[in-house]
Write a protein that binds this ligand. Sequence first.
Ligand SMILES: C[S@@+](CC[C@H](N)C(=O)[O-])C[C@H]1O[C@@H](n2cnc3c(N)ncnc32)[C@H](O)[C@@H]1O
Length: 217
Amino acid sequence: MKLGERLACAAKLVKPGTFIDIGSDHGYLPVYLIKNGICVTAAASDINKAPLERAKATAERYGVADKMEFFLSDGFESISKTYDTACICGMGGQVITDIIERGKGKFNRLIIQPMTKAELVRQYLWENGYLIENELYPSESGKPYAVISAYHDDVFVKYKYNDMFLGRVRPNTDGYRLYAEKVLTAAKKRYGGTKRFDDASLAEECLKIIETPNRTF
Ligand SMILES: C[S@@+](CC[C@H](N)C(=O)[O-])C[C@H]1O[C@@H](n2cnc3c(N)ncnc32)[C@H](O)[C@@H]1O
């Protein structure tokens, strides 16, 4: 089984232990983790029946259904255990932060991949005592994504406006430069409407990242 770049990056951030995929849909991630010996068992959950059925079908097709649990659940609502790692991928940033907020106590580590509003997710994590331990920047069909791993540490990280959009570590990679292009487009659009100085300075930093392949800053 081969995952797309986006979910492959999420899989790279998983550590051995108990695992739940919230909003699993096709169930590729938990099935991959079991098939590749990263997790012994895994859980897939989804708010909708049809995606959950798809996850069950994938687990059966790959012969790992007996190693999996399936939950029909809005976020962590119907989940009673605490998992070592919870993955929340492929949803909007606002939905993801709501799921995290309502699911406190049901996970030790998070792996998050927002489709929109990643800045809201980073801001939520820093303001609620989470430490972002890693960010990977895959692309799929030319579209860039951020995959974030974090855990609660009661540390309230100080961050700047640009950090919400670009993360606090700016890796010197092609994937990250593509991500900065996406952030730049959105910053320019916002600046066109609000003329907010913050967005002008964010756009400036994005340009520096994009135009300096061997940067040391
Ligand atoms: C676009 S799919 C992403 C599937 C997979 N996680 C991925 O990244 O490829 C989003 C899934 O999240 C589910 N979903 C949306 N809101 C949810 C919620 N509050 N709780 C659980 N699942 C949710 C949807 O039913 C859908 O199956």
